[in-house]
Design a protein around this ligand. Structure first.
Ligand code: ATP
Length: 236
């Protein structure tokens, strides 16, 4: 469904992705693990067209994405929920969600999607007229995911959805990500520092180290891998 082929990305003269290959199949949750600065966010930004590769390609159902502007990537069915949430604090919850539907002109479909998001995150429904800036960190994360879903994506790119959240909320967010995948049929690419939780949720994963993919396996395989345990799971 989604394929990164020999993808090289530079910021100025500095190459931060050194030719990575990665594949996501329809219906999967794929996680990308790696230390700070490994290039995880850059990988997502390149898929969504916000960063252009120096060479290599991003294919989505065999058509190339890497030459398209970001809004065309959203139209193609890929939504990106960036690290740090980037919600609009002076707009209401509802207004933030509406912004996510900019690619869709079908009012009935927008309403249906919105109902689904409010089912997934009931707290957002309760606060639909509240200014987004007054939400808690966890609620803002829910809103950011909800806004991403408003474009009716086939693939959702999630960058550190658990960052800065209390453990109980992390659990809720991860359960909801699973629900979005299973009942919503949305394929998910998940970047996470919380490697154990991500691997419990994911079908497969890739390990990115300073711009190279050094390992790929099923989530179970990665959980059982002693190098992964030492580096990312706080064990040996
Ligand atoms: P983190 O979890 O800290 O976000 P990451 O694995 O997502 O880490 P990236 O944010 O993709 O890593 O960064 C990869 C490398 O590219 C890092 O060395 C980073 O300093 C550098 N980098 C990221 N964004 C830019 C930018 N806009 N300009 C220059 N260098 C950048």
């Amino acid at each position: 469904m989604l394929q990164l082929v020999d993808l090289r990305v530079k910021y100025g003269n500095i190459e931060v992705l050194h030719g990575i290959n990665l594949e996501v199949k329809e219906g999967e949750i794929v996680t990308i693990l790696g230390a700070n600065g490994a290039g995880k966010s850059t990988t997502l930004l390149t898929i969504s067209g916000l960063v252009k590769p120096a060479s290599g390609a991003v294919y989505y159902h065999k058509t190339s994405l890497h030459k398209r502007p970001p809004h065309k990537v959203v139209e193609a069915g890929i939504a990106h929920v960036p690290e740090g949430r980037r919600i609009f604090g002076t707009l209401t919850v509802q207004e933030n969600l509406n912004l996510g539907a900019f690619t869709c002109r079908d009012a009935g479909r927008i309403r249906k999607t919105q109902e689904w998001i409010y089912e997934l995150f009931p707290v957002l429904a309760e606060r639909r007229n509240q200014l987004a800036g007054t939400l808690s960190g966890g609620e803002q994360q829910m809103l950011a995911i909800g806004r991403g879903l408003m474009s009716h994506p086939k693939i959702l790119l999630l960058d550190e959805p658990s960052l800065g959240l209390a453990p109980l909320l992390v659990k809720t967010i991860f359960q909801t990500i699973q629900e979005i995948n299973q009942s919503g049929g949305v394929t998910i690419v998940l970047v996470e520092q919380n490697a154990r939780a991500a691997l419990k949720l994911a079908h497969r994963g890739y390990v990115l180290e300073v711009g190279n993919i050094v390992l790929e396996d099923t989530a179970q395989g990665l959980l059982a891998n002693s190098d992964v345990q030492k580096a990312y799971l706080g064990g040996g």
